[in-house]
Design a protein around this ligand. Structure first.
Ligand code: ATP
Length: 233
């Protein structure tokens, strides 16, 4: 379980997170909604320890994470799949996936590679292809596949639907649900509120660096303000 309490982040004078308190319970999908600049990516970067808070606490299973380096966070099973599907364009699909397993020493890496191919058969078909030649949707699948190769306990996904054809978005969200059902918790940052609320258990709405609203996803789908701002009325 991840717990953030009263987290404040500054970029110079910009007060980007203004006291965020949130929980990612084991086995759940949690959505973080919000418009541009609300602080969603900052929250994920903070959890990955790429940014240090000025104030507040961050714990995993009751232990502070605030002294951990980003590489330690990965070793503890918190794997960040960043915005804009950052794959290595000159490496092949297989090489990109193997990068995701770099910190592992166990013997199940090959099995997990097959698992990624079973989630995303398109990646198997393109295994020797350079990642830079894949479509946007395929690159997103590769970025998620690479994160799975890190054996996540908690998967941090930053806008997996951004710039992707609706049919692939549906496929990707189906796989996110499946990954979760097989035991991985997910913290999902999204602007596609419809899809995100449909697959998640609980959601937080970030506005200008603070949590404006939170609740069970099914309740937020029926909330007038959420419908007006994020669900097209
Ligand atoms: P988007 O969906 O547009 O990525 P977001 O909700 O993820 O938005 P963040 O990227 O977390 O928002 O940004 C939160 C605030 O912090 C914004 O006001 C942004 O301008 C500011 N910010 C983010 N990164 C930096 C940075 N490196 N330097 C200065 N300010 C930053």
């Amino acid at each position: 379980m991840l717990q953030l309490s009263d987290v404040h982040i500054y970029y110079g004078h910009v007060h980007a997170l203004k006291g965020i308190t949130m929980t990612v319970d084991d086995g759940k999908i949690i959505t973080l909604l919000g418009g541009n600049g609300a602080g969603k990516s900052t929250t994920l970067k903070m959890i990955s320890r790429l940014i240090h808070p000025k104030k507040g606490s961050y714990e995993m299973d009751g232990k502070s994470m605030l002294k951990d380096r980003p590489s330690n966070v990965v070793k503890k099973g918190i794997i960040h799949c960043p915005e804009n599907r950052r794959v290595f364009p000159l490496l092949t699909v297989e090489e990109n996936l193997m990068v995701g397993a770099y910190s592992r020493k166990d013997k199940n890496i090959k099995d997990d590679l097959q698992k990624v191919f079973s989630y995303f058969p398109r990646l198997r078909e393109r295994v020797k292809q350079k990642a830079g030649t894949l479509s946007g949707g395929e690159q997103q699948m590769l970025a998620i596949g690479r994160a799975i190769m890190g054996k996540p306990k908690i998967l941090l996904l930053d806008e997996p639907s951004l710039g992707i054809a609706p049919i692939l978005v549906k496929e990707i969200f189906g796989i996110i649900k499946q990954i979760n059902q097989e035991g991985t918790s997910v913290l999902l940052v999204e602007q596609n509120a419809n899809m995100a609320l449909a697959i998640s258990d609980y959601a937080y709405v970030l506005e200008n660096g603070h949590i404006a609203l939170e609740g069970h996803s099914k309740d937020l789908r029926n909330n007038d303000e959420v419908r007006r701002l994020y669900l097209g009325g």
